[in-house]
Design a protein around this ligand. Structure first.
Ligand code: BES
Ligand code: MN
Ligand code: MN
Length: 464
């Protein structure tokens, strides 16, 4: 059944898409210092869009890194307050040659918008901006107070976010935080995400000779750094897919029997999963756990990149002077990023053969988080999802990480509901990232409805 808000959203959907396309033209890649100006430009663009949508206070918040955007519209202190969180930075776009249209020249094909950031997270930030606009243009006012913080460093580990939350605590505090930066379980199967994994990141550098050597004159008589690195990495898992790092699983809180039964009851389809996984030939992982358990409640160790030596055409007969790898671990409740990074770094250095030097560097990580699924805001979100998708959502977790969600819980004691509308095969962080425009349209309607549902939910406000 269409409400006044739904009608407004339908009428303006084309412009909503056009605006999102403009936002996606900005290459706000937070990981690459060469794009710092673009991240700043992206913050200014979000700030302007927040003003246009009807937020009253709008500020650019400088951090030790890239800027965030704060905005609010306070209606009445007696009404509940929601804090919207999202991020305006994006992942690097390479390898560029695999994109069917350039990553920062958005293109709609068959009702799908292709661009870096289309769904992660600009499209989902736009769902929120347009939901606020829909309320204000149809009814003149919001049914609750809304604050918003859109971060510029999520994709590079949210290194300055805790400090920002501490500094701006008074302006960020709300009865509930709302994050749209996750995906639904499957097309036609709406879901609410109730847990995220954390992250620990370690770089490895292996050095041997001071320069590349002739492999005929020196190979076989000195340790090859690339071979040493390959052996070290291979030693980090056993044949059952378990991580061999001493103590790695010690702090892990095992899932409850109820959690496992809940996951097993979800309509998981392995073939569909493998398609979303880029046509991977088979699932694999830690023995004794299902695919969803491996993704949601078990920690992992992944090599994100490995390089060294010659990789150009033909052959070049050398012993490379050095070799490198980037490793990240996904963490589950109980595990702490600093402790795990230390365990992994120690194991890596301990596995170094004599004849090379191995150094490790720890990068920014994030802690895992579980959100309470019995919070009244979760029920409000479930009603809003049902309104937008015609079907009540299932409860899921995700294997991904959003450090801010854990920061809100730890630093502000604030519950977050995760109302994301991406799809599992949107290619986030990969070439040809895209946002299904039907999901986008439904997402705006879900969020618009969410403000109505939260406004009338009993027990949302802290002091009730
Ligand atoms: N939006 C993603 C995380 C996500 C995606 C959660 C899909 C659930 C479903 C977020 O932008 C992301 O990519 N986070 C990084 C965080 C890291 C850099 C600390 C991640 O998970 O790798
Ligand atoms: Mn994201
Ligand atoms: Mn991301």
């Amino acid at each position: 059944m269409d409400t006044d808000l739904d009608a407004y959203c339908r009428e303006h959907q084309q412009r909503f898409v056009a605006e999102l396309i403009e936002a996606c033209r900005i290459p706000s890649i937070s990981a690459d210092p060469a794009h710092a100006v673009d991240v700043a430009r992206s913050a200014a663009h979000i700030a302007a869009a927040a003003r246009d949508a009807g937020f009253t206070t709008v500020d650019i918040l400088e951090t030790g890194g890239h800027p965030a955007v704060f905005a609010e519209r306070v209606v009445d202190a007696d009404l509940p307050t929601a804090l919207i969180y999202g991020h305006h930075d994006v992942q690097p776009a390479d390898p560029l040659e695999l994109w069917e249209s350039p990553p920062f020249e958005p293109e709609v094909r068959d009702g799908i918008l292709y661009a870096r950031g289309a769904v992660d997270d600009k499209g989902q930030v736009w769902m929120h901006l347009k939901a606020v606009e829909a309320h204000l243009r149809t009814r003149g006012e919001l049914p609750l107070n809304v604050r918003m913080i859109i971060e510029g460093e999520e994709e590079s580990g949210s290194a300055h976010f805790d400090a920002l939350v501490e500094r701006e605590a008074d302006r960020l505090r709300a009865d509930v935080a709302v994050v749209s930066d996750t995906e639904i379980f499957a097309k036609g199967v709406p879901s609410l995400c109730t847990g995220l994994r954390g992250l620990a990141a370690i770089d490895v550098d292996v050095t041997g000779p001071a320069r590349d050597l002739h492999s005929g004159l020196f190979g076989g008589a000195v340790v090859n750094p690339a071979t040493a690195l390959a052996r070290i990495i291979a030693s980090l898992h056993d044949d059952d897919g378990r991580v061999t790092v001493p103590g790695f699983y010690d702090a892990v809180n095992p899932p409850s029997a109820e959690d496992r039964a809940g996951f097993a009851a979800l309509p998981f389809d392995e073939a569909t999963f493998l398609v979303a996984a880029g046509g991977a030939p088979a699932t694999a992982g830690e023995a004794g756990w299902t695919t969803l358990e491996r993704l949601w409640v078990r920690p992992t160790l992944e090599v994100n990149g490995i390089w060294g030596g010659y990789s150009g055409p033909g052959s070049k007969t050398i012993v490379p002077a050095h070799a490198h790898a980037k490793i990240t671990c996904r963490l589950v409740p109980g595990q702490m990023p600093g402790a795990v990074a230390h365990q992994v770094a120690t194991a890596i250095r301990g596995a170094a053969p004599p004849g090379v030097h191995v150094t490790t560097t720890v990068n920014a990580g994030g802690r895992p988080v579980i959100t309470p699924s019995d919070h009244p805001a979760v029920r409000a979100a479930a009603r809003a999802m049902e309104h937008g998708f015609g079907r009540a959502p299932v409860l899921t977790r995700s294997g991904g990480s959003i450090p801010a969600v854990e920061s809100f819980a730890r630093l502000l004691g604030m519950t977050t509901i995760m109302v994301g509308c991406g799809l599992p095969d949107d290619n986030i962080h990969a070439p040809n990232e895209h946002f299904d425009l039907d999901q986008y349209a439904r997402g705006v309607r879900v969020i618009a409805r969410l403000w109505d549902e939260l406004a009338v939910s009993r027990g949302i406000m802290h002091d009730q």
